[in-house]
Each structure stands twice: as C-alpha cells, then as structure tokens.
Design a protein around this ligand. Structure first.
Ligand code: IPM
Ligand code: MG
Length: 365
C-alpha cells in the first residue's frame, strides 16, 4: 500500500465548504487505488490569525514540511474585516506569500479550460469560443514585484512615497522558461511569451533568457505578445493560445482574466510547483460574501485535487476521471448559485450536492 501525507489548509470564507467536497473525492480515489492517505488539517489564513495569533502558525509550517503535498483552500477577509489584522499578518502577506517562498513554488500552472458543452458559462460569443477554450497560463510565482524589496516613508518634499522593486535574475527566468517549454512540448508545441519589453527592462532580460532557453527546444515555436495586447486577444481570440508564460504580476492579472472568459474564477484550479514540494489551490479568493451559504461551487478545489493526483502522485488516469466526472455533472445541467449565466433550465444544487454528484459520477469510471 502506498502512503501519502497531504496537508489540508482549508483557509477562510468558502474554504472549509469547498475543501470538504475535495476530501470526499480524495477518499474515493484513495479507497479504489489502495492508497493510505494521511490527511493533516492545518490552520492557515485569517482564521489561523484569530485562533493561533499567526496566519501561518509554526505548527502548520511543521505539518507542511512533512507532507508529500499541500492542498490549500482560498484565504482572505472582506476589505473591512481585514483591517482587524495587522498589515503584515494579513493572510496574503502573512501566510500565502511566505508559503510560496518557503517551498520556492516558482511554477504556477493555471489551466483555462471550458469544453464546448459548457460554453454557456462563458460571456464570450459562441463564434469566439468555437470548439471550446483550452489553454494554460504558466505564471512565475516567487519573483518580481511580489517579492522585491519595498520601502515607504516621507520624501524630501514632505510627500508620502512608496517604492517597490521588480527583480529577476537570469536563473529565475531560465527555470520557469524551461517549465514552459517542456509543457509546450507536451501539448501543441507553441509557446506564447508574454512581456512588456517596450517599457520594462525586466522584460528585456526575460526575453533574452527565453531566447537562450528556447535553443534547447527547437521543436517549440515561440510567439511574443506584449501583455496589454495579450489581454485584448484573450477576449477576441482565446483559441490562438495554448501555453502562455509570464512573470508573476502579469500572471496574476491575466489568469483572473482567464477566469473571466470562462465565466467564473470558480472554474480555475491551480498547481504551484517548487523543486521539492508542491501545493495546489483554487486561483480565486475566499468569497466571504457567500461563505456559509452552501452555494459556492467546489470545482476549482476538486480540480486542484486532480492536478495534485497527476503532478505529485502520477495518478494521471484518476486525474482525468475527476475532470470527466465534473464535466458530466455540469453537462447534466447542474450548477451552483455562484456560477453565472446558465439558462432557466438549470438544476440548482448546493456545494455538497455538487461534491456528491462528482463522487457518484467518478465511481462509475
Ligand atoms: C492569486 C491571488 C494571490 C496573488 C493573492 C491572494 C495574494 O490573487 O493566487 O492569484 O496575487 O498571487
Ligand atoms: Mg490572483
């Protein structure tokens, strides 16, 4: 029997509700693959700050250190609630970025996927969606503005000022470039490199290193897009993209746009890979406005489980089965109230209703 330890950080807001559904799926997969899964719940986020005095408590760090993989729910509070927590302890700065840094999870995979049968979720016209949307954003996750040095104060003119730095060295760029080229090689052998080299020097170096790493992948065609143009083309013609690679901040913004063209960030799972450890999380926030109502769709959390099974445990077939099970629940017309669009014939179900149906579909596969 193979044993895995998985840290479960359910986070804030809708986190615990959608995590519960992800665990149902995990348990089924464990049972039928004869896996011994040790699930290790840990406090993380704003809830951890209130219960443990720290948004990434030492106990949680220790638990993540021993885990084979980490499954993380969304974190964060409403704008007003956030003010109850000191700025540096707020869950984004106090927990999430330290988690990324601790495990050096530089490679963030954000699939933007909507089969044609689910086109009703998307705000785009059917002629733009064509046969469906299917591309992946690879976002550098531990460099750039997010992690550069910062200062704030009052300048010589007596004005409040702030300074944040965008730094990358060539090794940081080369390692994400390699991940992107390898991913493109496994898919359609086209890589869109997203940059802003007409203004930013960081992008000039980025492109130089992309070109150097590209010589190791002569079979992959690279197409260069300025980030602002890429934002437009994501709406006008998303079908041209297959694998996109970009620095941290650009990836934050364009991946949310990816969720927008699908119709909801609730359809965006993700994987964050480091040299020794990976964690998996929905790309969306904790949606405190709908927490506790049982209306949040657990797709992105369950999709993150699928990504974990594939990328950390090489259970590729089970990962595919999970995607398939979720798509077939949607294809039968079911939806939760948080997802936009579907017509009047939608069969509305709750968060746990969705999880149960996914488990039911999955058990047939
Ligand atoms: C994301 C989120 C985070 C980010 C926030 C919560 C700090 O928006 O994972 O995209 O900006 O990276
Ligand atoms: Mg984001």
């Amino acid at each position: 029997m193979t044993s895995y330890k998985i840290a479960l950080l359910d986070g804030d807001g809708i986190g615990p509700e959608i995590m519960a559904e992800a665990v149902k799926v995990l348990n089924l997969v464990a049972q039928r693959n004869n896996l011994d899964l040790e699930l290790l719940p840990g406090a993380f986020g704003a809830s951890a700050y209130f219960s443990h005095g720290h948004s990434f408590p030492d106990e949680t760090k220790a638990l993540c250190d021993t885990a084979d993989a980490i499954l993380k729910g969304p974190i964060g509070l409403s704008h007003e609630e956030s003010k109850k927590i000191p700025v540096d302890m707020q869950p984004e700065r106090g927990a999430l970025l330290p988690l990324r840094r601790r495990y050096d999870t530089f490679a963030n995979f954000r699939p933007v996927y909507l089969p044609k049968a689910l086109a009703r979720f998307s705000p785009l016209k059917p002629e733009i969606i064509g046969d469906g949307i299917d591309f992946i954003i690879i976002r550098e996750l531990v460099g750039g503005l997010y992690f550069g040095s910062k200062e704030a104060g009052v300048n010589e003119q007596g004005k409040r000022y702030v300074k944040e730095t965008l730094e990358y060295d060539e090794d940081q760029i080369a390692r994400i470039a390699r991940v992107a080229f390898e991913t493109a090689r496994k898919r359609n052998k086209v890589l869109h490199n997203i940059h802003k080299s007409n203004v930013l020097k960081s992008s000039v170096l980025w492109n130089e290193v992309m070109g150097e790493v590209g010589t190791e992948f002569p079979d992959v065609e690279v197409r260069h897009f300025l980030v602002d143009a890429a934002a437009t083309y994501l709406c006008l013609n998303p079908g041209q993209f297959d694998v996109m690679v970009m620095e941290n901040m650009f990836g934050d913004i364009l991946s949310d746009q990816g969720g927008g063209i699908l119709g909801s960030l609730g359809l965006m799972p993700s994987a964050c890979l480091g040299p020794d450890k990976a964690y998996y999380e929905p790309s969306h926030g904790s949606a405190p406005d709908i927490a506790g109502q049982g209306i949040a769709n657990p797709y992105s959390m369950i999709g993150s489980v699928a990504m974990m099974l594939e990328m950390s445990f090489s259970l590729d077939q089970e990962a595919k089965n999970i995607w398939h099970a979720m798509q077939s629940v949607f294809a039968q017309g079911y939806s939760t109230a948080d997802l936009s669009a579907p017509g009047s014939d939608v069969r509305m179900i709750s968060t746990d209703g969705f999880g149960d149906l996914v488990v039911e579909e999955l058990s047939k596969l």
